[in-house]
Design a protein. Structure first.
Length: 214
């Protein structure tokens, strides 16, 4: 069954605290972004400033050029999943092994230009592959539905891997994305910038659970 994971993409501890408080009454799985200002063109809250309620299932998306410098602290936080990017220059296989050795699920994010077949060996190792269709480090952006073709390509490499989507998730496209094979819809601005974040979350959840055809 697909799930909605609200994204926390913020720069300051006060922003984090305020938005986490808004999400706490209803969110079950949450996607937290960190950024070093290099891989993504914006500095976000770093791993040393993160915390979350014990009932949350947390995925950390590391938009950093050198994940090896961040992994130790991220592992100490014990999130459910740590996602690194296929495009970084470090030894991704080694990083994935380090994450999994700590009892944490490992994920691989693919930017729009990254073709799954070029990182097939990594896709076979991870628990989660995230198709990135947004703007690094920012809420908003459009969901490039042409990227849904990657779902088929990823499944061909690893039939049982969990597939996430980040970028432009909205009430209008949530159903299409899940029908296209996406398991986790990471929603940023549509929820964060809404007057009533919970209402939008509930509307998305209703969309992904409805039956019928596109």
């Amino acid at each position: 069954m697909a799930t909605i994971a609200p994204c926390i993409t913020v720069e300051t501890p006060d922003e984090y605290k305020a938005y986490a408080a808004k999400l706490q009454p209803f969110a079950e799985r949450v996607h937290v972004d960190i950024s070093d200002g290099v891989f993504a063109p914006r500095f976000l809250l770093d791993e040393g400033q993160l915390y979350w309620p014990s009932n949350w299932k947390v995925d950390v998306h590391a938009m950093v050029s050198e994940p090896s410098k961040h992994l130790a602290k991220l592992i100490e936080l014990k999130p459910s999943l740590i996602i690194i990017h296929a495009e970084v220059s470090e030894d991704k296989a080694k990083l994935i092994d380090q994450i999994k050795a700590a009892g944490i699920k490992a994920g691989l994010a693919l930017l729009k230009t990254t073709v799954p077949s070029t990182v097939a060996d990594l896709i076979e190792k991870v628990d989660h592959v995230m198709i990135f269709s947004g703007e690094l480090g920012h809420y908003g952006g459009a969901a490039s539905l042409m990227q849904l073709e990657k779902v088929r390509l990823i499944r061909k490499i690893s039939p049982r891997v969990e597939i996430g989507w980040d970028g432009g998730v909205s009430v209008d496209n949530a159903y299409t994305l899940t029908q296209g094979g996406v398991d986790v819809l990471n929603s940023g601005g549509a929820i964060a910038e809404a007057a009533d974040p919970e209402a939008v979350y509930r509307a998305m959840t209703k969309e992904i659970n409805k039956h019928g055809v596109i």
